[in-house]
Design a binder for this molecule. Structure first.
Ligand code: URA
Length: 232
């Protein structure tokens, strides 16, 4: 919301009066007086008027978590343990998931309360690369590499998957990098090749954010500022 609109609403005055107060430097955002009456403010900003707090500002939270198998990628569920249940933080209910993993999948999940930041990861046209390690129930043929690169059509959804990079690491072991996130995407792509099924699916990274080896299954930590800023 624009600052002048925010002040007008809070103080029940016209936007014109609010602009006059702002220009007179009576309003501060995050401790700094401003004259920019058109500036965008959000619930994360601390806003004061004549030194009195109009909005205390909510802390921005960004976490990575190593999702164990069997835990649900959801914020709430009556039956199953969710990734949010694994966190011990007073404001954990304000978090949402920046992308999901199937219940049987493991690895990197990102949780935040900053919707405009997570939109950059989750919007359908976001091209952030996601890397997965997969184990399959039978050998992956060499020609799968080219098939992943050329994309698979899913006619019921009217989509063709974007070029994905498949690196064969062993007969039944591979790394897959995709640049989108469709429902059960990797499982469905493998199924197209001789009905291969996945034995395990582990997300290693999202963009520049890598799951560190020392972060045990079920553990989490705050993202570093470099990790946050890597998502532009
Ligand atoms: N693709 C899948 O099929 N499952 C996941 O959990 C993630 C990507």
């Amino acid at each position: 919301m624009r600052l002048d609109r925010f002040i007008a609403k809070q103080r029940t005055v016209s936007e014109r009066s609010a602009r006059e107060w702002i220009i007179a430097k009576r309003v501060a955002i995050n401790g700094t007086p401003t004259r920019q009456h058109g500036e965008e403010v959000s619930r994360f900003d601390r806003i004061t008027f004549d030194g009195r707090v109009l909005q205390p500002g909510t802390e921005r939270l960004y976490f990575m978590l190593n999702k164990p198998k069997g835990i649900l990628s959801a914020t709430k569920d009556n039956q199953h343990t969710t990734v949010i249940d694994l966190l011990d933080h007073p404001d954990k209910t304000s978090l949402h998931l920046a992308g999901r993993l199937d219940r049987s999948s493991t690895g990197l999940m990102i949780l935040t309360n900053d919707g405009s930041w997570s939109d950059r990861l989750t919007q359908p046209d976001s091209k952030v690369a996601k890397s997965y390690l997969v184990e399959t129930d039978r050998p992956i043929p060499e020609e799968a590499v080219a098939l992943f690169e050329s994309g698979f059509e899913f006619p019921t959804e009217g989509i063709t998957t974007r070029p994905a990079q498949l690196s064969l690491l062993g007969p039944c072991l591979a790394r897959v990098v995709i640049h989108e996130g469709r429902y059960h995407q990797i499982k469905r792509m493998f199924h197209r090749i001789n009905e291969i099924r996945l034995v395990s699916l582990h997300r290693e990274s999202i963009g520049e954010i890598r799951l560190p080896d020392e972060l045990a299954a079920g553990a989490y930590r705050a993202l570093t500022s470099a990790e946050r800023e890597s998502i532009l």
